[in-house]
Design a protein around this ligand. Structure first.
Ligand code: HSE
Length: 440
């Protein structure tokens, strides 16, 4: 295999521009590592005139990424357009159908059409690689699909969104509000084009759906993921978590249970001593519980042009070396249908923050409602009850922040108890509830 590998790149945003830069500056090392040279021969993007800090003059320009994908003048198609339909989907299909391997960073596309695209790749005897789609620069796909192929995996979980982790870290470390931190994350190029995808957990869910399929050999299913973002997390929660010995992280968790596979994305209290609690800023981390190996934790940059381009380039190198493995770790027809566990069956500890009216008997009523649901309380703390006697007289029974933590119970019991507490008029507003994850 001595002929050069001709790469077609569609999408020249932050990641695309970094990829061109890496391919140009590393060309001789890459040629040595692959045994052949690797060259970008054609590109496609929306705006031809934008300065991307790379010389495009020797590359053919395509206005239409689908035409680029079908061109006989490229050997591998790199899709960095984004989105789960439209030009991204059409161009990936066109490339696979014309016998070209595809490298993509597009988690939304894989979350929606991954199994079908894997089938198309198999039919055309080419590979579909997507290391950059999950956790940016962290080589988690290869790790799960190849290195851990000898394990039964019970749980995979992680911090899969750099923007959310950056926001939560800054809120905690600098005492800032959510919106200021989000603006900084956008300025630094971590956030998606629509940042609600980051903060409401959709981006994490797309990545989790891919990891779930690799972990459990099941078809990808991103429709049945329980989803809660971080926009309801306040500084009061972050401070209370810290006092209780936890930090709050947006986790994606996929876990085998008796009733099926749990896939959930939500803000989570993790013990300060756990590996995942120490992951700060834009860093991502993925923990994989394998029966033979134990727990493996991978940490690295989850977003940003250069880190993501590094993962894309690793996949291009595989194509150049002629390495190919089944897209989802086994032939697509071997993947089991996805069987979802019901979130109401989820078991764990809970943190609950209530604004309790300051009247006698309120605590007792809350404790009784919890006991009636079989929920055992680990702690109850009333915070900031600093009013003087005179203020209390002025404000009447103004609500006071109260933090409860529970021992292991079920989601259904907690939801029922909170419903009853709210209906009994002992609290103001909507209770805050954050799940506590049991970690090593
Ligand atoms: N917006 C994503 C993040 C980028 O913040 O992690 C990588 O998917």
């Amino acid at each position: 295999m001595t002929t050069e590998l001709r790469v077609g790149v569609a999408g020249l945003g932050t990641v695309g521009a970094s990829l061109l830069h890496l391919l140009e500056t590393r060309s001789s090392a890459l040629a040595a590592r692959c045994g052949r040279s690797v060259r970008v021969s054609a590109v496609s993007a929306r705006d031809r005139t934008r300065d991307r800090g790379a010389d495009l003059s020797a590359m053919a320009w395509f206005d239409d990424p689908v035409a680029l994908a079908g061109s006989p003048d490229i050997d591998v198609f790199v899709e960095l357009i984004g989105g789960d339909n439209g030009p991204a989907e059409d161009s990936v299909r066109a490339a696979l159908a014309t016998g070209k391997s595809v490298v993509t960073a597009n988690k939304a596309l894989l979350a929606k059409h991954g199994v079908e695209l894997a089938r198309l790749a198999e039919e055309n005897k080419v590979s579909l690689s997507y290391e950059a789609a999950v956790a940016g620069g962290i080589p988690v796909i290869k790790t799960m699909r190849e290195s851990l192929a000898g394990n039964e995996i019970d749980r995979v979980y992680g911090i899969l969104n750099g923007t959310c982790n950056y926001i939560l870290t800054r809120m905690e470390q600098d005492g800032l509000d959510f919106s200021d931190c989000l603006a900084d994350a956008q300025r630094l190029g971590y956030a998606e084009a629509d940042p609600t995808f980051d903060i409401e957990g959709n981006d994490t869910a797309h990545k989790l759906a891919i990891l779930t399929s690799l972990a459990f050999g099941s078809q990808i299913n991103s429709e049945k993921i329980y989803l809660e973002g971080i926009s309801s997390i306040t500084r009061a929660d972050i401070e209370a978590a810290s006092e209780l010995g936890y930090r709050i992280k947006l986790l994606g968790v996929a876990q085998r249970t008796d009733s099926g596979i749990e896939q959930r994305v939500h803000p989570t209290m993790v013990p300060k001593a756990s590996a995942i609690a120490r992951i700060d800023g834009v860093l991502n981390a993925v923990a994989i519980d394998g029966d033979a190996v134990g727990e493996v934790v991978l940490v690295g940059p989850g977003a940003g042009g250069s880190a993501t381009a590094s993962a894309v380039l690793g996949d291009i190198v595989d194509v150049a070396r002629g390495l190919s493995v089944p897209t989802l770790g086994m032939p697509a027809h071997e993947l089991a249908p996805y069987k979802a566990a019901r979130m109401r069956m989820h078991e764990g500890g809970y943190y609950i923050r209530l604004a309790v009216y300051d009247r006698s008997g309120a605590f007792a009523e809350i404790a009784r409602i919890m006991a009636d649901e079989g929920i055992s309380l680990e702690s109850i703390v009333q915070r900031d009850r600093t009013r003087t006697h005179t203020e209390a007289e002025t404000h009447g029974d103004a609500p006071q922040p109260v933090i409860l933590t529970t021992y292991e119970t079920t989601e259904a019991a907690v939801k029922r108890a909170l419903g009853t507490i709210t209906a009994r008029n002992v609290v103001a507003g909507t209770p805050q509830m954050i799940r506590i994850e049991k970690l090593r």
